[in-house]
Design a protein around this ligand. Structure first.
Ligand code: ATP
Length: 294
């Protein structure tokens, strides 16, 4: 009835306008409140760690992790997740899409903090290490590494002051990049082009691996690296590969099958094949899909 009376009168029109404006103001105050609430929040990742040990073996222990993304707290992405990565070993994470492989890596890189459990590096929680130290020691090369316009040498030595050509070449050798670089007319002085446009995907990836290795990380994470021979990259380091194609990781020291946020199976390729469980079935499924796609 009130709205009908207001609707009928001119005065009502003005009052209605006022009510709308007042409503908008309330909404804005509410939104501003949320912004301040957000700004006042304690950062989830603390950078107060101080540990910078001179020697680090690179032993990683994911210990009973439970994790939900802040934007979807109702959904547990990892649940009771435990896994050990050993120095000098290649561990391959495999499993169906959405199972949680990339999430493990994001936690190891400290982009997020698990709600339960912890990740230990050489027996110490990740957060107790000094921020820059940790990022030097735990390096990641993604699926599409970014190169900047400049020479191959500058891309590998990026951010390092006074880096000799010998040091760059040594890193490139370990990344299986030296032979293709040496065959280029200008060698290490070759311009990679805008965002690495003059290089193939595989070449970019090897340059990015060399860039990671020159910093001597103790833990190296590779996402879907198709270039062969990554088992020789790190004789003493811890190597973690997120594998989407199972063929490339058959020689891994341990293959870890992750599904719905937990470790479903774990072992060498042969052990998992003999078990004829989920890994065996996943392989069969993927290879059948591969066949039908040709
Ligand atoms: P893929 O093989 O497709 O890369 P994956 O095994 O790496 O998959 P994750 O990327 O770890 O899986 O994703 C695990 C779950 O977490 C998925 O359900 C995904 O939708 C969800 N997820 C991933 N990233 C986020 C994010 N930033 N915010 C909210 N949910 C996310």
């Amino acid at each position: 009835l009130v709205s009908f009376i207001l609707y009928q009168s001119n005065m009502g029109t003005n009052i209605r306008t006022l009510i709308y404006i007042f409503g908008d103001m309330l909404n804005s105050v509410g939104a501003a409140g949320k912004v301040f609430e957000y700004l006042d929040r304690e950062p989830q990742i603390s950078n107060k760690g101080t540990l910078q040990p001179e020697t680090l073996t690179g032993h990683v222990h994911f210990h009973n992790l439970s994790f939900s993304y802040p934007t979807r707290q109702e959904r547990k992405v990892l649940q009771g997740f435990s896994l050990e990565l050993r120095p000098g070993q290649l561990t391959a994470l495999v499993g169906p899409s959405g199972g949680g492989k990339s999430t493990c890596v994001s936690l190891l890189e400290r982009f997020y903090q698990p709600q339960q459990g912890e990740i230990l590096l050489d027996g110490q929680p990740l957060h107790s290490y000094q921020h820059h130290y940790l990022h030097r020691k735990v390096a990641m090369v993604g699926q599409e590494p970014v190169l900047f316009s400049g020479s191959i040498k500058d891309n590998i030595a990026y951010g390092l002051a006074d880096c000799s050509l010998e040091r760059v070449q040594e890193a490139a050798r370990r990344a299986n990049a030296h032979s293709f670089i040496s065959q280029l007319e200008k060698g290490y002085d070759t311009d990679v082009g805008e965002r690495g446009g003059q290089m193939s995907g595989g070449e970019k990836q090897r340059i990015a691996i060399a860039r990671a290795l020159i910093r001597e990380p103790q833990v190296l994470i590779l996402d879907e690296v198709t270039s062969a021979g990554f088992t020789q990259i790190c004789p003493s380091q811890t190597l973690l590969v997120i594998a989407h194609r199972l063929k490339t990781i058959e020689r891994a020291d341990q293959i870890v099958l992750i599904d719905q946020g937990t470790v479903l199976e774990q072992g060498t390729h042969q052990e998992l094949m003999d078990r004829k469980g989920s890994y065996y079935k996943l392989r069969e499924r993927l290879f059948t899909e591969d066949d039908t796609s040709h």
